[in-house]
Design a protein around this ligand. Structure first.
Ligand code: ZN
Ligand code: ZN
Length: 305
């Protein structure tokens, strides 16, 4: 499965000409997942050439305007696109009132089923090998961090081992690969573990903004291949970050290091910053695999072999 992240909005609080308000898409083969929906997200989806019709689920972190004002417009446009699959919209308590309230006031109807899910944490989506979990972050209002998690895949079929054990090629191979023990013509029983390599781990992508650096986010992000984290301020503005319930880029790097993430993407950058390099430099002192997110940046998350 191809898993690709696309940053749609890397700014925070107010947009700039180069940074839109928060939104991130994850494309998993033919399905599209959206995390937050700041103003202008539908245009960013078009610029990124992502098909809105493929949207499976929209996960909202919290009900601050910069994260949700793009939702009514996106839903109105989606109403013009034929689809049959339901669209799931999940978020913290209040997301239904916001979504339904704006829909009613603006007087539009959905042409497709919409499922609303309010949650304080737990699994919000599960389909095939993919699931999305939510957990509380630490912000001035109730905020959810999200993790998109791919299930572990079975190990490789070790054909040399199967040949060595004298298993005849054919349907028995398939049964072993699907996890069943088989009996050979000579009466021996072979367990799948004898011919299968170790299970291959799935990928994990964590989205955590807005938030202060928090122990519970570290736990939630444990082992993430990619952590997308609030990095609103540089490290000289620690007090501002604390006061406004955000993180500095160095604090985000500490979270990534403690969570043993594969790489860190800093997002929700304050409109005061034009250059990425000084922010990246500060964070890389603590966590070298750091990138400052840019709008329309794409990141492939490779499969474990
Ligand atoms: Zn925000
Ligand atoms: Zn906020």
């Amino acid at each position: 499965m191809v898993i690709k992240l696309v940053i749609l909005g890397s700014g925070g609080t107010v947009p700039t000409l180069s940074r839109n308000l928060p939104a991130m898409a994850i494309q998993c083969d033919g399905l599209l997942f959206l995390f937050d929906c700041g103003e202008g997200t539908q245009l960013q989806l078009m610029r990124a050439r992502l098909s809105m019709g493929k949207l499976e689920c929209i996960c909202i972190s919290h009900l601050h305007g910069d994260h949700v004002t793009g939702l009514p417009g996106l839903l109105m446009t989606l109403g013009q696109i034929p689809r049959e699959r339901p669209l799931l919209i999940c978020g913290p308590p209040g997301i239904t009132e916001y979504t339904e309230g704006t829909r009613r006031l603006l007087g539009f109807q959905y042409q497709y089923p919409v499922e609303m899910l309010e949650t304080s944490g737990g699994v919000v989506y599960q389909e095939g090998p993919l699931r999305i979990e939510a957990a509380p972050a630490e912000h001035s209002c109730f905020t959810l961090a999200y993790a998109l998690i791919e299930a572990e895949r079975p190990g490789r079929f070790l054909i040399e081992e199967a040949e060595r054990l004298g298993i005849p090629a054919g349907p028995l191979y398939g049964r072993l690969q699907s996890g069943q023990a088989v009996t050979l013509p000579d009466g021996r029983t072979v367990q799948p573990s004898a011919v299968m390599g170790p299970p291959r781990r799935g990928r994990k992508i964590v989205y955590a903004t807005d938030t202060r650096p928090a122990e519970r986010v570290i736990q939630f992000a444990r082992g993430a291949d990619v952590l997308i984290h609030d990095g609103m301020f540089d490290d000289d503005l620690k007090d501002q970050a604390q006061m406004k319930w955000h993180s500095t880029v160095v604090q985000a790097a500490q979270v990534a290091r403690q969570a043993q993430a594969g790489r860190l993407l800093l997002t929700h950058l304050s409109s005061r910053y034009y250059a990425d390099a000084p922010l990246a430099e500060q964070a890389r002192q603590v966590f070298p695999a750091t990138t400052v997110a840019r709008d329309l940046m794409e990141i492939d998350v490779p499969m474990y072999k």
